[in-house]
Design a protein around this ligand. Structure first.
Ligand code: NAP
Ligand code: MG
Length: 403
């Protein structure tokens, strides 16, 4: 069989621990035999990030701006324990945070739905893709503990010298707490744009919710920016695709989600997204079955698995013990990136290959062959538990038959 040719490279961001092991297996068994794989390789493994003073992370993000599409392996976010373990020069920032800051994007997390791994919520038949606005609000707050009676005010001092604006937050008669939050029109606009674009691209409805009835200025601003952008730039395209933009209050959205079928994108403010993404992913059954794509308003895409480096399995692997680590989300990160590359470069074969690889993965699981994490929760009787490598080989077997 002739290998599928690529014209533009993918930005490949390698990572850490067990996912780094899976990464290599996926390339060796599922990609290199079938594709003349062109990538520009960046090693985001913690050792090399440390060696380059994290420059490699910045370079990989800049390369994504150049080529448009990246695929990323899970990486360690350094903490005190990791500084010791890897003898790091510094507690380097989260690579995902660094990349997101450079690409200015929104993360869309989407579960991979297979028969036999049933969501806890019975009505959910299709995936719910969650988009979190990862900027500002409580995550960039200024807060104070108030020891006793006194007045707290919000003061805006315009840079152009025009008069100050002041409002009283609260006249304290005893002790308490206070918090200031902010967001930027530009950030909200970029978030809205990524959401509308991704909805069009994936042909799914878009839901957005805030608490604008209570927060008449702050949350209302989010609502207005979305509404204006929709009317001006996206309404026609949405109607043409037969998809809908739906705004409601956050509590109403939560109630509706529990009765919905899925198959739409749920855009959330920062805190709502933080909380709800954990709820949605655990209700869909497994973190190992959740993919994630960073969509930049400037048209760049970075695909990855939502889970981490699966450290506990890696230490077993290092001791020479067998592991049964789920590679599905990492495989789907590759298929997402390859499909996007194919779409951008007009290479149909690459897009078809991505579809066939995803189908091979799903058929393998639905055929009863899976890793241990899924075997523990599946409704399929007598599942066959495979180790990390054998699962990938089982997928390869099905893939080969389909090509
Ligand atoms: P994790 O790697 O997602 O693993 C947490 C637990 O979930 C695992 O111990 C395992 O449970 C289960 N699990 C996750 N993915 C699995 C898979 N593919 N197959 C089978 N089981 C899976 O999270 P963590 O332990 O909190 O973090 C480990 C490292 O990953 C940290 O250094 C963190 O900084 C990093 N991290 C990176 C990213 C990213 O790059 N996007 C995201 C999150 C965390 P059992 O042990 O019970 O089998
Ligand atoms: Mg969270």
């Amino acid at each position: 069989m002739e290998k599928i040719q690529m014209t533009t490279p993918l930005v490949e961001m390698d990572g850490d621990e067990m996912t780094r092991i899976l990464w290599q297996m996926i390339k060796d068994e599922l990609l290199l035999p079938f594709i003349d794989l062109k990538t520009e390789y960046y090693d985001l493994g913690l050792e090399y990030r440390d060696k380059t003073n994290d420059q490699v992370t910045i370079d990989s993000a800049e390369a994504t701006k150049k080529y448009g599409v990246a695929v990323k392996c899970a990486t360690i976010t350094a903490n005190a324990a990791r500084v010791k373990e890897y003898n790091l020069k510094e507690m380097w920032k989260s690579p995902n945070g660094t990349i997101r800051a450079i690409l200015d994007g929104t993360v869309f997390r989407c579960p991979i739905v297979v028969k036999g791994i049933e969501p806890c919520v019975k009505s959910w038949k299709k995936p719910i893709t969650l988009a979190r606005h990862a900027y500002g609000d409580v995550y960039k707050n200024a807060e104070m503990q108030i020891p006793g009676p006194g007045e707290v005010k919000l003061v805006y001092t315009p840079a152009d010298g025009s008069p100050e604006q002041t409002i009283t937050v609260h006249q304290f008669e005893g002790s308490g707490v206070v918090q200031g939050q902010y967001n930027l029109d530009e950030s909200i606009e970029n978030f809205a744009k990524s959401c509308f674009e991704y909805a069009l691209e994936t042909k799914q409805d878009l839901w957005f919710a805030t608490k604008d009835t209570v927060s008449k200025k702050y949350d209302h601003r989010f609502k207005d920016i979305f509404a204006e952008m929709y009317e001006k730039q996206y309404k026609e395209a949405f109607e043409k695709e037969g998809i809908e933009y739906f705004y409601t209050l956050i509590d109403d959205a939560v109630a509706r989600i529990m009765k919905a079928e899925g198959g739409f994108i749920w855009a959330c403010k920062n805190y709502d997204g933080d909380v709800m993404s954990d709820m949605v992913s655990s209700a869909f059954g497994s973190l190992a079955m959740m993919t994630s794509v960073l969509v930049s308003p400037h048209g760049y895409y970075e695909y990855e698995a939502a889970h981490g480096t699966v450290q506990r399995h890696y230490y077993k692997h290092l001791k020479g013990e067998e592991t049964s680590t789920n590679s599905v989300a990492t495989i789907f990160a590759w298929t997402g990136a390859l499909r996007k590359r194919g779409e951008m470069d007009g290479i149909k074969d690459l897009m078809t290959f991505a579809d066939k690889l995803e189908k091979a993965v799903i058929d393998t699981i639905e055929g009863g062959e899976m890793t241990k994490d899924l075997a523990l929760i599946t409704t399929i009787p007598n599942p066959k538990v495979l180790n990390s490598r054998d699962f990938i080989l089982a997928v390869r077997g099905r893939l080969e038959k389909s090509l």
